[in-house]
Every structure is written in structure tokens, then in C-alpha cells.
Design a protein around this ligand. Sequence first.
Ligand code: ADP
Length: 156
Amino acid sequence: MEKTALFPGSFDPFTIGHESIVKRALPLFDKIIIAIGYNSEKKEGYFSLEKRMNWIKKIFANEPRISVEKYEELTVDFCKKMGAKYILRGLRTSADFEYERAIAQTNHYLATEIDTVFFLTAPELTPINSTLVREVIRHGGNASIFVPKEVDLKED
Ligand code: ADP
């Protein structure tokens, strides 16, 4: 059976930290689905859902085992729909660990057949997160060093 992992997040925007997690996890799985969670009742993110999806498609255009989807339901329900038995997450700090622990354990209660696999961030990528990237952009700074080259933060 194909081993599929789902990497859920908001990816607003997708950073070199996210890219590193996907690349490191790829040897473990047959397929990785990068899944952008959204809520149709709320305002979109800082970047539109479409833009975020297109960036990710472009980044992994040469890797047929990686795809991108959007979803609105519970993460474990979307995993079942996509046939993913594993959820992929990254850990930067102990604060991440506490937050991620609660989510992973709750997900495991909801669907015992689904497990979360964690990757520790590469040390040099620890400070990178989407919130700070958005702050840099808002204040006119150059955030391109924090995102893969395919992510054109200036495009309309
Ligand atoms: P969320 O909206 O759920 O926080 P994010 O898009 O911010 O989603 O992050 C998705 C996943 O990527 C999370 O598991 C997060 O810990 C991980 N992640 C974010 N930035 C990095 C980074 N610099 N290095 C490793 N993992 C990261």
C-alpha cells in the first residue's frame, strides 16, 4: 500500500522552513500532500489561497510525489479522504512541542489509525516562521531570503 503523509498548515506564505521539512520527509513516504487549511467563513490569509497553492505547485513542479490541496474539514477527516495515514509537522522550539503535542494527541483520539510524524527543524531555520515573514513584508523589508525562489512576494 502507498504510504501517504499529509502536511497541514496555513503556509501564509510557504517558507524555506516548510520546504526543508517536506524535502527531508520525502524519502520516508511515497506521497506527500501539502494541505492548506482554510475557513470559508473567515477572511482569507495575508496571501490568497490561490496564490499560496500556486507557489507550492511551482516549488515542487518537478516532484510528482508532492501535491498541494486545500481543505476545510477536520485534518483527520481530510487525511481519511486522501488516504493519508501520517500527518507531518515540524518542531522548532519547546513551545512548538507543547502546541503540537496537544494537536497530535487529539488527532490520535479522533482517528487512532493516523499518526503524526515530527521533524526537528534544521538549526539555521529555527527562527523562520510565516508570521515574521509577513511582519517583514508589512514594514517594507526584504523577505525573499526566507522563502523559496519560486515564491514571488511582490507579484500581484
Ligand atoms: P500553522 O498555521 O498550523 O501554524 P504553518 O504553516 O505555520 O501552520 O506551519 C506548518 C508546519 O510547519 C508546522 O508544523 C510548523 O511547526 C512547521 N514549520 C513552520 N516553520 C518551520 C521552520 N522554520 N522549520 C521547521 N518547521 C516549520
